[in-house]
Design a protein around this ligand. Structure first.
Ligand code: SF4
Ligand code: SF4
Length: 414
């Protein structure tokens, strides 16, 4: 094969790989913006880092901080599996911050802003900062049981459409990330991102890696120059560092990639080459699987049980207005545990899916001791607390149930 043909083939492959990644980045960012500003959905429940933040309270207490859901766990699980195969491909394909940051630096470069390049050694030291950020966030979140840090989080400021708890620091740090991205490639992703700190060890043992053949390589150094993670690709045989984001830029830019100078694929004595398009397909597949699992297996994000299950139980499922978060779910338990004329000794388990405006509730009860009307009354009737000598009005209403009229249960399953 002539060198002219090699360069031509390499150029075509580069164009395809780079175009596919940018299309996925654009689609992912557009989905987030449409979901947040047009659909006005709760984007937090799709954040993989939410799965990390919710893990402790879910395992310890069976519930999650407000606005998170089990979909956070599915997204996180899919992302960890993806990382075990494709390293940090999430960062270079799906993360909105990574996409905006990358585009900012590319635009600045086109406008002639030279920016700064860090050495690999400096990059490794600066990269340790993200573990400190992770520890601080998890310590605060797990101790409080709530997402107290999000008031400072620029990403949350965006996806919450400037939520009530946002502080000025969210915009200050967001502005710093944007300005920094004009001068340095992916500064937040490389040095400060707490999710990157979680992914890094999984990425370190990731299966697919960039491999360079020293005998074919012409030592032009272009692969190292384009690497957003400052990896000295032209000086290693296998790129095994966890900071590789599988962007394929190094393969795309190599003038002798078609001759085997640089390849991407699994390890082994006889290197096998995987098509670059595989990484994009795996990224998209992981999102599809996680979203499908979230809808097919919607486990409750709040659980409360008491007593032991008898041989026969019944279940009532209803939609409850104002069942918006974990605090509201705990308030619901307060009404279930009442000791007045609306007490329901036969309820055994409460499972809830809190959501903005109204949440779903499933109550498992002993039909010998309780019935669905008693449950609906316990949810909605005022409760007179004898020990506190005061009334508590219920903030809840059950969809399809009129406390002053007919009982219209939404569903009852044995
Ligand atoms: S340029 Fe190559 S080595 Fe660098 S992050 Fe991208 S895929 Fe990994
Ligand atoms: S692998 Fe390719 S881009 Fe990197 S130094 Fe060798 S020839 Fe140049």
């Amino acid at each position: 094969m002539s060198s002219r043909t090699s360069v031509t083939n390499s150029g075509r492959a580069a164009h395809g790989a780079v175009l596919a990644r940018r299309l996925i980045q654009s689609a992912a960012l557009a989905t987030v913006l449409v979901g947040v500003f047009l659909v006005r959905g709760n984007a937090e429940r799709w954040c993989p880092f939410g799965g990390i933040e919710a893990a402790y309270t879910y395992l310890a207490e069976g519930n999650m901080p407000c606005s998170l859901a089990v979909s956070n766990f599915y997204i996180l699980g899919a992302l960890l599996v993806l990382t075990l195969f494709m390293r940090r491909a999430f960062c270079s394909h799906l993360c909105p911050i990574g996409t905006i940051s990358e585009w900012m630096r590319r635009g600045a470069r086109r406008m002639g802003l030279r920016g700064f390049k860090t050495s690999y050694a400096a990059d490794r030291y600066l990269g340790l900062l993200k573990y400190g950020v992770l520890i601080i966030i998890l310590w605060i979140t797990w101790r409080a049981g709530e997402l107290l840090f999000r008031g400072f989080d620029p990403c949350y400021a965006l996806i919450s459409r400037h939520g009530e708890d946002i502080t000025a620091w969210a915009y200050i740090s967001g502005g710093a990330i944007l300005v920094g991205s004009l001068l340095v490639t992916l500064p937040f992703c490389r040095w400060l991102c707490p999710l990157a700190a979680i992914l890094q060890p999984f990425s370190r043992v990731g299966l697919a890696r960039i491999r360079r053949d020293h005998d074919v390589c012409i030592q032009c150094g272009q692969c190292s120059r384009v690497c957003p993670a400052a990896i000295p690709v032209d000086r290693v045989r296998d790129v095994t560092t966890g900071s590789c984001v599988t962007c394929m830029e190094c393969v795309a830019v190599c003038p002798v990639a078609e001759d085997g100078a640089i390849q991407w694929g699994p390890p082994g004595a006889r290197p096998r080459r995987w098509p670059s398009g595989l990484v994009g397909a795996a990224v998209v597949l992981s999102v599809i699987v996680a979203v499908a699992a979230s809808y097919a297996l919607p486990a409750p994000s709040f659980e409360y049980s008491r007593g032991t299950l008898p041989a026969q139980t019944e279940t009532l499922e209803v939609s409850v207005t104002d069942l918006t978060c974990r605090g509201r779910s705990n308030l619901l338990v307060f009404f279930f545990d009442r000791d007045d004329i609306f007490a329901i000794p036969g309820y055994l388990k409460i499972e809830a899916w809190p959501a903005p405006e109204k949440g779903r509730l499933r109550v498992t009860y002993d039909p010998d001791e309780a019935n669905q009307e008693a449950i609906l009354e316990a949810i909605t009737e005022p409760y007179y607390d004898l020990s506190g000598d005061r009334w508590h009005l219920s903030p809840f209403a059950v969809e399809g149930y009129d406390p002053f009229g007919e009982v219209v249960p939404t569903e009852e399953t044995p």
